[in-house]
Structures are given as C-alpha cells and as structure tokens.
Design a protein around this ligand. Structure first.
Ligand SMILES: NC(=O)c1ccc[n+]([C@@H]2O[C@H](COP(=O)([O-])OP(=O)(O)OC[C@H]3O[C@@H](n4cnc5c(N)ncnc54)[C@H](OP(=O)(O)O)[C@@H]3O)[C@@H](O)[C@H]2O)c1
Length: 325
C-alpha cells in the first residue's frame, strides 16, 4: 500500500484527498516508478477544477515526476529495475509515491541531473524547447513577448531565449518578479498589473512589435497580445492561467495584420518516444552546461499538494514548485 493525492469530484483545493492507494502491477509495456520528486504545474489545477476533463473519476493528479524504476512489464526493454527516470506526460497520477505509466513516456535521467531538478524542469523545460526551438525557429536578434516570465515555464524561457540570442520581453505581476526575470535573462520586463503592455512593446521595439508573442495567461491578455504581434507574426496561445480564451472572431486576425495563431500542447510535440527523447536530450544539454538553471522556488510535502496549488493559483510562486513524497 502506498499513498497518493486523488480527486473524486471537481472544485477548489478542498477536493484533493490524501488516500491509500495500491499501485497496480505494470502491464507488459508499462513501468512502475517510485517517485522521488514531483513537479507542480498549472495544468494540474485545470484537471482539478474541471476546466480539463480527466478520463474518469476518482482520478490521480499530476503529470511530471522523477524517480527510480521499481518494476517493469515483460515487454519493456529500455528500462530495468533501479534505473533513474523522469517523465512529463500522462496518464494522470504523478502526485503519488508510486506511479505506473507506459515505458514510452519515460526518459532515462543522466546522473548529473538530480531528481528534484528533473521534477522541476521536465514538463516546463520540454515546453520551452518546443515553444522556442520548434515553433519559434529563431535566428538570434529577434524580440519576443513572453507572458508570466517569472513563473515556472517563464523562468526557463528567459534563460533559453538569452542563450539563443533572442531578446525576451517578459510580463510580470510585481516589481520583485520583474527583477527576478531580468536576473534570469529577460531583456526587458513589463509589469502588466500597472503598465500598458501594448504601448511599452511599441516603445521597446521602435514600433515594430514582436514576430512571436507567447501567451499562457489566456483570457486577461488575449486582446493585448494580439496588439503586440507584428504584421504576419504569430501568437502562441499555450495556457489559461486567468481563464480560457473563447469566442474568437477570426476577422480580428485580419484587422491586426494578417496574423497567425496556434494553440499547442506539449503532448502534441512530444508525441513519439523518439521526439520526446530528442527534446529531453536538448533540455538535459542546456541543464548540464548551465545555460539553463532550474529555479526551485518552493518545495512542499506531497501530502500538502493543496497548499502548493493555492500558492500557484494565487500568484505567490516564482520559478518551479516541487512536491516531495
Ligand atoms: N500548452 C502547453 O504545452 C503548456 C505546457 C506547460 C505549461 N503551460 C501553461 O503555461 C502557464 C505557466 O505554467 P506554470 O505551471 O509554469 O505556472 P506559473 O507560470 O508558475 O504560474 C502562472 C503565472 O501566471 C501569472 N498569472 C497571470 N494571471 C493569472 C491569474 N489570473 N491567476 C494565476 N496566475 C496568473 C502569474 O504570474 P504573475 O504574477 O507574474 O502575473 C502566475 O505566477 C500555464 O498557463 C500553463 O497552463 C502550457
């Protein structure tokens, strides 16, 4: 018997239950992982609230973790008991001491990267990999806008953009977060709680605006983000921290300058074991030589996942947050 966080209904953090749970024997293509550290992500709050639907209830929660392989199915060849591994994708249930998942969802963890670093960087770092390296395809010298730059994904994006020679303008909700984002490599910051983002972007880009705008805040920033995209540029809408974007009038893309919009997910980019491994290799290389450092701003016991989610949704966290079993 082990312990996990489970939800039986949707709602606020009060629906998170700390329960006894028997992790199943792995199926032929599955692996059972003893988690040593678990990543907290905004998407976990969407599955809790019901914005995203888990396949069934009761359901485990969480998509990111790192630990040791404890058991393998008889068709698994890539991993053996004792291997250090990490993951950043379904099935839900990473908020647990033991988690069973398909071997295809795992990557081997280099010895140079600790379990805590991996749990803090896998989902957010792979996200930044596809946002900046697969969607962005930058040459260096571009100026981009990236919302919530002091958060988990944002902290990695500031550093990775700098390493690519891309000038990242980061939005943040306080002067302390602005300082933090600049220290991590943001070229400039805008405090969207008090400044006009579109005017500041015009000033900072000499009227040119940005070829790519990355928006994970959603409802509150959608309109502003469109105003910051250069003609024929791209708005990457990749999250809903303030609520989902709904009811889009396509004509607005014509009016604002023949714009492109994409709504990507990590699962859509890391959709084969080979692509997942290639993305992870690139992330691990960035971590290994220090071009990206993992900023663990908060640690909570796994049993206190509710307190961790409250801190995240009330904008009291910076960098990554991990849960410790
Ligand atoms: N599509 C994908 O593949 C993918 C993958 C990973 C993450 N994401 C998305 O990326 C975003 C960041 O994820 P994360 O886990 O790293 O979280 P995070 O950035 O650490 O936390 C979210 C941040 O958003 C800002 N924010 C703005 N309005 C907010 C509001 N009304 N409520 C709460 N926060 C608000 C806050 O920063 P300020 O105080 O500075 O405003 C907050 O710290 C989330 O939207 C997540 O869903 C998408």
């Amino acid at each position: 018997m082990s312990k996990r966080i489970q939800i039986s209904r949707h709602g606020g953090t009060e629906v998170l239950e700390w329960v006894d749970h028997t992790a199943p024997q792995p199926g032929p293509h599955e692996v059972r992982v003893r988690n040593r550290a678990i990543g907290l992500n905004f998407i976990d709050t969407y599955y809790r609230s019901g914005l995203y639907a888990p396949p069934r209830l009761p359901s485990g929660l969480g998509l990111e973790g790192a630990g040791e392989v404890e058991a393998v199915g008889n068709a698994v060849e890539r991993f053996k008991v004792g291997d250090r591994v990490a993951y950043a994708g379904g099935p839900l249930g990473a908020y647990a001491e033991l988690h069973v998942l398909p071997a295809d969802k795992l990557v081997g963890l280099p010895d140079s990267i600790s379990f805590e670093q991996a749990a803090a960087a896998m989902l957010k770092g792979l996200t930044v990999q596809y946002l900046l390296r697969q969607i962005g395809r930058f040459q260096g010298g571009e100026t981009i806008l990236f919302h919530a730059a002091a958060g988990g994904v944002g902290s990695i994006a500031c550093q990775w953009a700098k390493a690519l020679g891309v000038k990242l303008i980061g939005t943040v909700g306080s002067p302390e977060k602005a300082e933090r984002a600049r220290a991590l490599g943001a070229w400039a910051t805008i405090d969207y709680s008090r400044e006009n983002v579109a005017s500041r972007v015009l000033e900072l880009t000499d009227g040119r605006k940005c070829p790519v705008v990355y928006d994970s805040v959603g409802k509150d920033t959608w309109e502003t983000s469109l105003d910051c995209v250069a003609p024929r540029g791209l708005l990457v809408s990749f999250g809903n921290a303030s609520g989902p974007v709904t009811g889009i009038d396509l004509g607005v893309l014509a009016q604002k300058g023949s714009l492109f919009v994409t709504r990507p997910t990590l699962a859509g980019y890391a959709d084969t074991p080979e692509r997942l491994q290639a993305m992870a290799d690139e992330l691990f290389a960035m971590l290994a030589d220090g071009r990206v450092r993992v900023e663990i701003g908060q640690r909570f016991p796994l049993a206190e996942a509710a307190r961790a989610q409250e801190a995240l949704t009330s904008r009291r966290t910076t960098g990554s947050t991990i849960l410790l079993p």
